[in-house]
Design a protein around this ligand. Structure first.
Ligand SMILES: [Zn+2]
Length: 316
């Protein structure tokens, strides 16, 4: 059976604008992602379902592309029988596990110090707390991973596509070339490779390196149309990925040139790269900076020099 993908556009309080949720009607009625927890989002969600002759009661399961608040908040509206399906790393975020929240803060304070960020008191707690403002309190009922098939829509193949989030999954229908891509590739903005606290016994993942690998993987897949988490549908993903790679290379090169002139901390570099944005969007801009530093370190172009608990970088 050929099934349609219904796109819902839900407002968010974030700069990125609307988020898209998708309804798949196959053996099950499945919602992919669901919007932030705000009254405006709830209203838009219910109204648009109605336009497609659906209601919240019709939804059997929700599949998550990743754990960010703009994609999971409205899980709070779902009825008890609705199954939540996604990567296992969604769980601590969507359940708002207090132990994990504390671990996020405990990771961030020394890490930001090491990066040379002058933090005011409680700033890390505030940043962590803020990231949950529009999120939900829910649980993952069914964990899926690379190579699985989506229950109720067996032609959708599950892919792990980390980088923007460690929990990030994408779904490819090989028969049609339809690809539900979450925030992996967007037309409107380049996805941020966000830093995340590592899970127990693990080291910090290098998000930008992962992100580039995920994009490279897309280039080799039989994709026709990408159904993204924000912005327009994508039908020429090769061009867009090349564009993203070029922009990243340019930024890495700018950083390398800066470090050739003088050794710097990650925070100094961040201020040079994002002089207007860095204060307001500290976490995003630092994530981008750390990502590029990981790339340059991996390529052997720069090296780290720890001095009194702060890491300086210099060009080789
Ligand atoms: Zn996201």
């Amino acid at each position: 059976m050929k099934e349609n993908i219904i796109q819902l556009s839900i407002p968010t309080p974030f700069a990125v604008g609307d988020v898209h949720a998708y309804v798949l009607k196959g053996e099950a009625v499945t919602l992919v992602d669901c919007g932030p927890m705000t009254e405006e989002a709830e209203h838009a969600f219910v109204t648009q379902l109605k336009e497609h002759r659906l209601s919240i009661d019709d939804i059997d399961q929700v599949v998550l592309t990743h754990h960010h608040a703009d994609h999971v908040g409205l899980l709070n509206l779902m009825k008890l029988h609705v199954r939540v399906i996604g990567h296992q790393l969604n769980e601590p975020y969507i359940s708002q596990d207090p132990v994990f929240k504390q671990r996020q803060v405990d990771f961030m304070i020394p890490f930001f110090q090491q990066l040379g960020v002058p933090l005011r008191q409680n700033e890390c707690e505030k940043m962590v707390k803020q990231s949950y403002t529009y999120s939900c309190t829910s649980h993952v009922d069914e964990i899926i991973k690379e190579g699985d098939r989506l229950s109720g829509h067996e032609h959708f193949f599950v892919m792990e596509t980390p980088g923007h989030a460690q929990s990030h999954l994408s779904f490819l229908d090989e028969r049609t070339g339809n690809f539900i891509g979450g925030d992996l590739l967007l037309t409107t903005i380049s996805s941020n490779p966000l830093m995340e606290a590592p899970y127990e016994g693990e080291e910090r993942q290098k998000s930008l390196l992962q992100y580039k690998a995920s994009l490279n993987r897309l280039l080799r897949l039989p994709i026709k149309t990408i159904y993204p988490g924000h912005g327009q549908l994508i039908t020429s993903h090769h061009e867009l990925i090349e564009e993203r790679f070029k922009k990243q290379e340019k930024r890495a090169n700018t950083m390398y040139q800066l470090l050739k002139q003088k050794e710097m901390t990650a925070f100094h570099l961040c201020r040079k790269l994002f002089p207007v944005m860095y204060e307001e969007a500290l976490f995003l801009t630092m994530s981008e900076t750390v990502g590029q530093l990981d790339v340059l370190l991996e390529a052997g172009q720069i090296e780290e020099m720890p001095k009194d608990g702060i890491v300086y970088y210099r060009a080789n």
